[in-house]
Design a protein around this ligand. Structure first.
Ligand code: ZN
Length: 487
């Protein structure tokens, strides 16, 4: 047997995580896996510290970090899980103002059916028991109480959606439910008043539930579409997305941007150690307590780093944009990246279908842009790629689909850039991707909706498969490099 002594210097660095890091990661994993859904309340600090076996100091600073990232919201008394995707969507939707409830409903129905279809294959026994209870709760409710029944119905539907185990489905779905709630309550009020209508609504719930429990995916599509059709809003109804509850408090946000500006003005550069809090307080005029909070928040956003000895060093001199919290949740988790593509597949296959059906737009400029990007660099191509997909979402004729696509575009872009980075070795991929894009564009131009949907499905599927292969190649590469070091 060959025996070699490993050169200690060639070992990769060991970054030992702190208890706070581990606690942050623990909650992030629970959130991304869907075990903790938006709105879930955490137990008290004392109970949580006890059951996780961490000190209350560590727990408190982990929660502070998660709150600074916008993943949790703590008001001093309770701590709840936020809806990070909804925050992005509401910000985007506010720019549009109010929009047609019919669009929101159409997109919501589509998402309900698709999420439920995926969920038929994934729900577990535990899920079925909980869904049975939730359905019974809904059916035995008092139909004269429209508000209460609305809560029960949305709760049931959210549970179905959650069993698809896709972080984006759940978050976007809950956001839509909140926006559509007044419309649903209104419709349920009408349904409650008319005996016949109510009976057929109840039987549509029963049909949908049976298909779901029996994993009858095709039957479920029809049954869920029928259920959703009962809740169609009136022609002229408009809705607004509610303002998001989680945005960092205005004063903390101000202190954060003031601090970052100060770093820039005093020509500090990444890697430098920050002066003491007292010195910073004097220089910026911000109170020391507010400063400490702002620094903790900047640490969570990876603008500064606080080490174990409380020394603060600067990592960058600009504030990340509002999609940073969501990105930080996703990029380090391959599983979450796959969830992004699963969500995109559903959203964009439908968008391509609708775009081909509705649009008579001139798409020559779009085509030219892609071709040009192909000749410049992969980085440019990644941007052109995401822009193309976003344009298709806009061409599909549904405002809400466009808003969701706009809101999640920074996420899609980052994931796509990462994809191209992983593929930089095998250049052949870019040509394949480009041909796939051309096929989608051709089908939309020819108004061939079935082919457009097909082409988009093939494209996104290829991307996911290739991503898996690249991950595996990367892993083997790392190991073989290490092995060659060890001789
Ligand atoms: Zn693409």
């Amino acid at each position: 047997m060959l025996r070699t002594v490993i050169d200690a210097d060639s070992l990769p660095p060991l970054h030992a995580p702190t208890v706070v890091d581990v606690t942050v990661e623990y909650f992030e994993n629970l959130i991304v896996s869907g075990a903790l859904h938006p709105g879930a309340l955490l137990p008290s600090e004392r109970r949580l510290a006890e059951s996780l076996d961490v000190s209350r100091v560590s727990l408190r600073s982990a929660i502070a970090k998660l709150s600074a990232k916008g993943v949790l919201i703590a008001d001093g008394r309770t701590t709840a899980v936020t809806n990070v995707s909804a925050a992005l969507i509401s910000a985007e939707a506010r720019q549009t103002g109010s929009f047609s409830a019919a669009d929101a409903w159409e997109f919501w129905s589509f998402l309900s059916v698709e999420a439920a279809a995926i969920a038929t294959e994934r729900h577990t026994r535990v899920d079925s028991v909980s869904l049975d209870q939730s359905q019974t709760h809904l059916l035995t409710g008092n139909w004269d109480e429209a508000e209460e029944q609305t809560d029960r119905l949305l709760n049931y539907l959210e549970k179905v959606c959650a069993t698809a185990y896709n972080f984006f489905y759940t978050q976007v779905y809950i956001a839509l439910n909140t926006a559509l709630r007044p419309i649903v309550a209104n419709r349920l009020g009408e349904i409650g008043k008319e005996t016949e209508l109510r009976q057929s609504f109840v039987s549509s719930i029963n049909d949908a539930h049976l298909c779901f429990i029996n994993r009858d995916r095709e039957g479920l599509r029809d049954a869920f579409a029928a259920l959703c059709s009962f809740l169609e809003p009136g022609k002229g109804d408009v809705i607004r997305f509610p303002t998001s509850e989680h945005t960092t408090s205005a004063s903390r946000a101000q202190a954060m941007s003031q601090l970052v500006e100060h770093f820039r003005n005093s020509a500090m550069s990444p890697g430098q150690t920050l002066p003491s809090v007292e010195t910073l307080a004097q220089a910026t005029g911000i109170a020391t307590t507010a400063l400490r909070e702002a620094i903790a928040a900047l640490d969570a956003l990876e603008v500064v780093r606080i080490d174990k000895k409380e020394v603060v060093s600067l990592l960058r001199t600009d504030l990340p944009d509002s999609s940073a919290p969501l990105l930080s949740l996703i990029l380090k988790r391959p599983d979450a990246v796959r969830q992004v593509y699963e969500f995109r597949e559903v959203l964009e296959v439908h968008a391509s279908y609708m775009a081909a059906r509705n649009s008579g737009a001139d798409i020559a400029p779009m085509r030219a842009e892609l071709k040009q990007a192909l000749e410049i660099s992969e980085e440019q191509y990644a941007q052109a790629d995401v822009k193309l997909h976003n344009r298709i979402a806009h061409m599909c004729g549904n405002t809400v689909a466009a808003i969701v696509s706009d809101a999640l575009m920074p996420i899609f872009l980052k994931v796509t850039q990462e994809w191209f980075r992983l593929h930089s070795e095998s250049y052949g991929d870019l040509d394949i991707i480009h041909r796939q894009h051309e096929e989608i564009v051709n089908a939309i131009e020819a108004r061939d909706s079935a082919s457009a949907a097909d082409a988009m499905g093939v494209h996104l599927n290829y991307v996911v498969q290739a991503m898996r292969a690249a991950e595996e190649r990367d892993r083997l590469m790392r190991i073989s490099t290490l092995r060659s070091h060890f001789g």
